[in-house]
Design a protein around this ligand. Structure first.
Ligand SMILES: [Ca+2]
Ligand SMILES: [Ca+2]
Length: 559
């Protein structure tokens, strides 16, 4: 048995003690009774890998490290997150804790005690990276410690995630703890002996890292797309009822760059992501909120999308008209969004013709069966999209990719969320399409996009919508680059009338020049038809939003 699985087993046993309400400060049985906690009372630093966020910095200030030594004071917080012994941290990728043992000792095991309370968005990290060093400069990265408890465990529960049998001499110990939503931790232990009997660390942290970059514009992974605009289509309870859908005229200023008289001058976007406006009038939602959607709702979104004079049909015509006027060498690529197949849907409807409605509810049919039924539903939807696409006989647009609608990986509702996406990727790849994702700000699973089979992932900075400072964009630009992701550009209608909001939008563009993501594969979120409104606006400031966006997508924008 490897030491990882041994430690996982230990973690399960320990967590079991917590469930039954045993001693709140349950410490692990020492792997060796001669070992002492070398970290007890020692000082450490607690850092973010990317600039701290003004808004979320305030949020996490409610769960502070009061003394700056709470992680090494020997005090535990039980299983109640509001216990002040817990240090709570939110977003920004991870937290890096570096402990100074004060002298070179021999380290045998390292643990961090963490909380899961799914109801409150507090999750165990799936794994923790551990490092040791004698001088604080050259580090040996050790094995990762793995969570031994399921992501679906409601909790509240705690476990110690760690590694053992290390036998390394070290003065400094570093932990890199992924933070996706909240992480709550109360204690870090470094078990060992106060001598130098162990082996010296073998520095390996300076080894070449995988190539880092933003996704390449026009690349195969991006389905050949350089600039992708998000086009929502769906039901709208107010007038006009068809407000959230696109006619040929609506699409004209997206397909082509138009002057103030709406004359075509150039092409503009070459990628068109059609995605569901979440809420339906029946109370269901294509995403993870509201009531779960069923087969009739999914047919409804396909019916909308494949209308002749709206959405896909309209895009095919709009591109045809643009091509008749503008020079050749342009291809319009379409991306179709897959609604979120929810694990709380017990009666989706029969998609495979066996007369049995697909039950995707994990609580009712279990993980394996729920996964199979979710796969059936996704397969049916993708097949149906192709069937309708082929029947439509479009002349001017190409189906390049599918898009995973849910903006975070809901590992709290199923242990197989990653597996379903991997399966979806394989399935659409078999059809010749790519799979895209646009997670929200550091959303759960953001850094695992590639392992899950997404061909591209673009992070939402959410800067436009949050009351925070512009270094939000620095954090996202750096994190995206480090993980091969793109950066989403975000526009609301408010940008057209509110100078402060407009300034925030332009900050995305300015940072795109500074960091270089202007030249990458990129996506533009808009409220509904924000850029069309900008193009048509008689107000010079509003119109400039359109003109600047045009220069930016062409890669010639200057701040
Ligand atoms: Ca503590
Ligand atoms: Ca069936």
């Amino acid at each position: 048995m490897s030491r990882k699985s041994l430690l996982s087993l230990l973690a399960v046993l320990l967590a079991g003690a917590s469930f039954s309400g045993a001693a709140a400060d349950a410490s692990p049985a020492k792997p060796d009774s001669e070992l002492v906690n070398l970290a007890l009372g020692k000082s450490y630093t607690l850092q973010t890998p990317y600039p701290p966020d003004a808004l979320f910095g305030q949020t996490e200030a409610a769960h502070p490290d009061d003394t700056g030594k709470q992680l090494t004071d020997g005090e535990y917080g039980g299983t109640t997150f509001s216990n002040p012994a817990f240090v709570g941290r939110i977003w920004q990728g991870s937290r890096i804790v570096t402990i100074d043992l004060g002298e070179i000792d021999t380290v045998q095991a390292i643990y961090v005690n963490v909380l899961q309370d799914n109801k409150n968005g507090i999750f165990f990290p799936a794994s923790v990276a551990f490092y040791v060093s004698e001088n604080g400069k050259k580090w040996e990265r050790l094995d990762d410690g793995l969570s031994g408890l399921p992501t679906t465990l409601q909790g509240p529960a705690t476990q110690k995630i760690g590694i053992g049998n290390l036998n390394r001499t070290a003065r400094y110990v570093k932990l890199d703890i992924p933070v996706q939503s909240w992480v709550f931790m109360d204690e870090i232990e470094v078990l060992g002996s106060r001598d130098r009997s162990g082996k010296k660390p073998r520095p390996n942290d300076g080894q070449p890292q995988p190539q880092k970059s933003y996704p390449k514009a026009g690349s195969k992974a991006a389905g050949g797309i350089r600039n992708e605009v998000l086009l929502y289509t769906g039901e709208w309870q107010y007038e006009p009822a068809d407000w959230i859908s696109y006619t040929k005229e609506d699409l004209k200023p997206y397909v082509s760059y138009v002057d103030e008289q709406m004359n075509r001058k150039d092409y503009m976007f070459d990628g068109f992501l059609f995605l569901q406006y979440g809420p339906l009038l029946n109370g269901a939602n294509y995403g993870a909120s509201g009531l779960p959607t069923d087969k009739a709702d999914w047919e409804k979104t396909l019916d909308r999308l494949f209308r002749t004079d709206y959405d896909l049909g309209a895009l095919d015509q709009a591109v045809g008209e643009a091509k008749a006027e503008l020079k050749s060498g342009y291809e319009a690529k379409v991306v179709i969004s897959i609604p979120y197949p929810r694990t709380d849907q017990s009666d989706f409807g029969d998609v495979d013709g066996d007369g049995i409605s697909e039950n995707m509810n994990v609580k009712e049919v279990g993980e394996e069966q729920a996964l199979q039924n979710r796969q059936k539903v996704v397969k049916w939807y993708v097949d149906e999209a192709y069937k309708r696409w082929n029947a439509a006989g479009y002349k001017n647009i190409r189906l390049a990719a599918f898009y995973w609608y849910n903006e975070f990986l809901s590992r709290q509702t199923t242990i197989y969320e990653d597996r379903l996406i991997r399966w979806t990727s394989d399935y659409v790849h078999g059809k010749g399409a790519k799979l895209q994702w646009i997670p929200y700000y550091f959303a759960r699973g953001w850094s695992d996009w590639e392992a899950n089979g997404f061909d591209t992932a673009i992070m939402q900075p959410n800067y436009l919508f949050h009351n925070t400072t512009a270094d939000r964009l620095d954090a996202v630009a750096q994190a995206a680059y480090d993980h091969g992701m793109g950066v989403e550009h975000e526009l609301s209608d408010g940008v057209l009338t509110d100078a402060a909001l407009r300034g925030k939008y332009y900050a995305y563009l300015d940072k795109g020049v500074e960091y270089g993501y202007m030249h990458s594969f990129k996506a533009f979120y808009q409220q509904v038809k924000t850029l069309k409104k900008a193009a048509e606006s008689a107000d010079a400031d509003a119109r400039q939003v359109y003109d600047k966006t045009y220069r930016y997508v062409k890669g010639v924008y200057r701040p």
